[in-house]
Write a protein that binds this ligand. Structure first.
Ligand SMILES: Cc1cc2nc3c(=O)[nH]c(=O)nc-3n(C[C@H](O)[C@H](O)[C@H](O)COP(=O)(O)O)c2cc1C
Length: 359
């Protein structure tokens, strides 16, 4: 094996691949456990994780906390010595409560996207839990690093740099994405490396950087390792696996999608998102879908004006009903649904071949 593992502080993942957290209900214990068991880092999405609990509608916060504990424990059962993370969005109203719950469960890693997680170090102080903010610019990495340094005297344990080809919410303005003028993932990686350098020097430690967005093959993995990333985070490819926790209808829509089906949509999160065009996206393009009930899930969402309810849209699709199916730009390249173990083996073999080629 020529490929180095991904080291995050004292934790080493043999396979330098993080399976991206995917909400709602796409990456739970089934997928995260399988990835961690295969030697990668498995990530449970905490977003509305309690949606299948009986009291979810009446008692949303408690249902979410309870389900998070259950999913972490189930994933640990699957991957006893594996590395597990929880993905939370800083824009969620229950962000802090779920964060505290995951840390209490001794989760290995907290990954936070959709907003700047400036208070994150306070929640893991004195624990073994590592922190990984998701950024889409060197500027964000620098700002987070400055605040962590000044306020907490620490650095992030890892940065995940998400580029414009990713699935789910994107950290770029819609017009920039449509024009195709967003920086490439290659450029972003170098920008973030530069931004964290002064903090690596000050703290005399390496801050690993993992790239995400559009990574499809072992060749892509090799490319980013050569460019200086310590690993990759992948979402889309892990959807088309047996162990992915979404309904088969959701997975099948990836297999059947074509290049022209990959579209950008507006989201109540206040960021654009990439999804597969379907009857639900046709509806939201035509006009507002009034809210049936509000879960009060997102800080930036106003239920009186929001174009649709993102919670309902994502919970429905995860259950195989009409809803929003997030997907990365390369989802249309997927040919079938495979076991996680086989996908990781294929990616690693291909990456090794591509790394050896260049030596
Ligand atoms: C169905 C789906 C749901 C996602 N949900 C989340 C989420 O809840 N939180 C988050 O930080 N990222 C989310 N993402 C982004 C992934 O974690 C990952 O960074 C991204 O998919 C990488 O790009 P790729 O899909 O091209 O591999 C989602 C992506 C997909 C495809």
């Amino acid at each position: 094996m020529t490929i180095k593992g991904l080291q995050i502080g004292d934790k080493i993942s043999r396979i330098p691949i993080i399976q991206g957290g995917m909400g709602v209900g796409v990456s739970l214990s089934g997928l995260a456990g399988a990835v961690a068991k295969a030697g990668g880092i498995g990530v449970i999405s905490g977003v509305q994780i309690g949606f299948r609990e009986e009291d979810f509608l009446k008692n949303t916060l408690e249902a979410n906390k309870r389900a998070l504990v259950k999913e972490i424990r189930k994933a640990r059962e699957i991957a006893k010595d594996g590395i597990l993370g929880v993905n939370l969005l800083a824009a969620m109203t229950n962000y802090k409560e779920l964060l505290v719950t995951a840390v209490k469960e001794k989760i290995d890693l907290i990954i936070t996207g959709a907003g700047l997680p400036l208070e994150l170090p306070a929640f893991v102080k004195g624990t073994q839990t590592k922190i990984a903010p998701i950024v889409s610019s060197g500027k964000a990495a620098k700002l987070i690093s400055k605040v962590y340094d000044k306020k907490f005297g620490v650095t992030a344990d890892l940065f995940i740099v998400e580029g414009p080809k990713a699935g789910g919410h994107l950290g770029f303005k819609e017009n920039i994405l449509e024009e195709g003028s967003a920086p490439s993932l290659d450029e972003l990686l170098l920008e973030v490396k530069e931004a964290v350098k002064p903090f690596e020097e000050k703290y005399n430690r390496e801050i690993p950087i993992v790239v995400a967005g559009g990574i499809f093959s072992g060749k892509d993995l090799a490319h980013y390792l050569k460019l200086g990333a310590q690993g990759v985070q992948m979402g889309t490819r892990f959807v088309a696996t047996d162990e992915c926790d979404a309904n088969l209808v959701f997975k099948q829509s990836y297999v059947e999608s074509k290049k022209e089906d990959m579209i950008l949509i507006k989201s109540p999160v206040g960021m654009p998102g990439r999804a597969i065009s379907n009857s639900f996206t046709d509806k939201i393009m035509k006009g507002r879908i009034p809210i049936k009930r509000c879960y009060n899930c997102l800080i930036p969402c106003d239920p009186r004006t929001t174009p649709y309810c993102i919670s309902d849209a994502l919970m429905d699709s995860a259950d195989g009903e009409e809803g929003l199916i997030f997907a990365g730009e390369n989802a249309h390249l997927i040919k079938g649904i495979v076991p996680v173990k086989d996908l990781i083996a294929e990616l690693m073999d291909e990456a090794e071949m591509n790394l050896v080629d260049k030596i």
